[in-house]
Design a protein around this ligand. Structure first.
Ligand code: GTP
Ligand code: MG
Ligand code: ZN
Length: 369
């Protein structure tokens, strides 16, 4: 079922039933929302545009703006957020006045200066990391995705799509599994609808699943196949490099008939680690395990004597590329946190400069200078 076919933005008598009709609603949310007395309504953001959000409220989809106060304190509602709406039937407007506590939160290091984080989506139970047979398949990129997903708090599942184009998908699954630890790796074909039944355990009523991955791997095709109707446009693939054409441009939430929620995302061009230190540890758990036996507590596993990780590599227990990837990603993380620290310091400096100027002005005005 596509909620957007029922978009309804003016009628105020359309809201039916309690908040527990909102997909993914929980008792914790009920408790948080109970603090709001008066003309308030709870809802869930199903898509976000520049200034307006589409919101699932019980029995309808409505549009709402974002309150100035919320914007002022830098709180941005994202797809998947549970929000509090101020309902004003007299003016016919609805406004998001608060965001209820997020259970999980997928973010990436922002592109550009400052190293700030950008929240992509909220309240996800599971994230399908979608890749496809052919040129998109890249173990190093999958490791990066895993780190980000782990640090979001959601459960990662890797989907290997387009198996109809591959003679020996089992070989590829094995390859992916070698870097995925306990994370399930599911081979399927979204287009020919094979292997989809393996996803059922992750699509439970009230649970939210987001699909991420490069452009063209088949995220929207899979959404269409799971919903059994064409709700999303899908795009072709460039022949030379097999890259997609960024067909999906808006992040959007869809409802499965059983009450599970799916979120389709635009293809990710480049994903930065953000604040994923914990995610890295989980992604490279075999390295973290081995490191317990390193001679030095602060061993960097590069050239120290008594390094248990290097020894495990030497013995063939840990692949060399795995350690190299771990080094690359931890270096990147260190670089990013330094960068954001520098950004913070600069902010602090500017703040103090301003305070100093203000004091000077004050002293001048009171004649103490
Ligand atoms: N052979 C084959 N082609 C597929 C499969 N799934 C998707 N495709 C094709 O791959 C192309 C891209 O599919 P999309 O679903 O648009 O990919 P996407 O991941 O949503 O891409 P963006 O929206 O750009 O991020 C389309 O031509 C699909 O028909 C599959 O299982 N097998
Ligand atoms: Mg798409
Ligand atoms: Zn070591």
């Amino acid at each position: 079922m596509n909620n957007h076919s029922e978009t309804e933005s003016s009628g105020h008598n359309s809201v039916q039933g309690g908040s527990d009709n909102i997909p993914g609603w929980t008792e914790e949310l009920e408790l948080a929302f109970s603090a709001y007395k008066g003309p308030y309504l709870a809802g869930r953001v199903s898509s976000r545009h520049k200034t307006v959000c589409e919101i699932l409220v019980p029995g309808a989809v409505v549009q709402a703006g974002i309150s100035g106060a919320l914007q002022k304190i830098g709180k941005q509602p994202v797809v998947g957020d549970f929000v509090v709406l101020l309902d004003q039937p007299e003016t016919g407007s609805r406004m998001i006045v608060n965001i209820l506590p997020r259970k999980t939160c997928l973010s990436r290091g922002a592109v550009g200066d400052g190293g700030g984080e950008q929240v992509i989506a909220a309240n996800l139970d599971t994230i399908f990391i979608v890749t496809s047979v052919g040129k998109d398949l890249n173990l190093r990129r999958l490791e990066r995705y895993l780190a980000i997903v782990y640090s979001s708090g959601a459960r990662p599942v890797i989907l290997l799509n387009k198996t109809d184009l591959e003679g020996n998908p089992a070989r590829l699954v094995e390859k992916i599994q070698s870097i995925a630890g306990n994370v399930p790796v599911v081979p399927l074909s979204a287009l020919s609808k094979t292997g989809l039944e393996a996803l059922i355990p992750f699509l439970n009523p009230g649970e939210t699943v987001a699909l991420i991955g490069s452009s063209g791997v088949g995220k929207s095709t899979l959404i269409n196949s799971l919903l059994g109707e064409t709700v999303q446009r899908t795009g072709g693939i460039r022949e030379d490099d097999e890259k997609g054409r960024h067909t999906t441009t808006v992040r959007q939430l869809f409802l499965l008939p059983n009450g599970a929620v799916l979120i389709d995302n635009p293809g990710i061009r480049e994903i930065q680690l953000g604040d994923s230190a914990e995610g890295l540890e989980k992604t490279f758990s075999e390295i973290v395990d081995a490191a317990r036996n390193c001679k030095f507590k602060d061993c960097t596993h590069r050239d120290e004597p008594g390094c248990a990780v290097l020894q495990a590599v030497e013995e063939g227990l840990i692949p060399e590329e795995r350690l190299a990837s771990y080094h690359r990603l931890t270096d990147e993380l260190a670089f990013q946190s330094r960068k954001s620290e520098i950004g913070l310091k600069r902010l602090e400096k500017e703040r103090f400069k301003k305070i100093a100027v203000d004091i000077k002005k004050y002293k001048k005005s009171t004649g103490k200078l």
